[in-house]
Design a protein around this ligand. Structure first.
Ligand code: ITT
Length: 179
């Protein structure tokens, strides 16, 4: 069985990736360690910086993942600043700020380090709603996709449509042939 290290402090991301990796001959090892998150305009820049830092500290093959919630009416905010917004105003504050029913999308970039760096991208469209459901993490209860929030979905249901799952599928397909 091939093994890949996933460097993240977010256990829920690991659970989602592991559920996805079951379809492939790959094991995800969790390395729970921090790495500096660059304050940049794009998730791609954050991930490239993180990969370069982690390459000096952790054994390849490894991946990191950065994700964010992008609201069109706010020109993509909070986007790469999602962690900060979640930490400060929280879900209730964000709904107040952007308004209910406003279109938004989640984006995910998985960065892998093997012989070189590669980026894999996924996204999912939805809208911001008042909090519903207790599953998942972060903004899941206020992100609605086709009538249900991510907070109302089991992990496999979220994985059938989510931004992270789309990026993971691309990564896992590549990794299962190359690594
Ligand atoms: P890392 O250690 O992997 O960086 P993190 O939790 O800091 O873990 P991110 O910086 O990628 O993760 O996440 C940015 C914010 O966006 C984070 O605070 C989450 O609340 C939110 N977020 C990202 N993906 C999400 C998802 O699938 N569902 C709900 N919220 C999500």
């Amino acid at each position: 069985m091939k093994e890949i290290n996933f460097i993240t402090q977010n256990n829920a991301k690991v659970a989602e990736l592991r559920a996805k990796a079951k379809q492939f001959e790959l094991t995800i090892n969790h390395i729970s360690a921090p790495y500096p998150e660059l304050q940049a305009d794009t998730l791609e820049d954050v991930v490239r910086y993180g990969l370069a830092y982690c390459q000096k500290k952790f054994p390849a093959p490894f991946i990191i993942e950065d994700s964010g919630l992008f609201v069109d009416t706010l020109h993509g905010f909070p986007g790469p600043f999602s962690s900060y917004v979640h930490r400060t105003v929280g879900n209730r504050g964000l709904v107040k700020l952007v308004g209910e029913g406003v279109p938004a999308r989640f984006e995910s970039i998985i960065g892998s380090c093997y012989h070189d760096f590669r980026l894999f991208r996924g996204q999912v469209e939805g809208r911001i709603v008042r909090s519903r459901g207790r599953s998942g993490f972060g903004f899941d209860p206020i992100f609605e996709h086709e009538g249900r929030t991510f907070g109302e979905m089991m992990i496999d249901e979220k994985n059938a449509i989510s931004h992270r799952s789309e990026a993971a599928e691309l990564f896992l397909k590549w990794a299962s042939t190359v690594i």
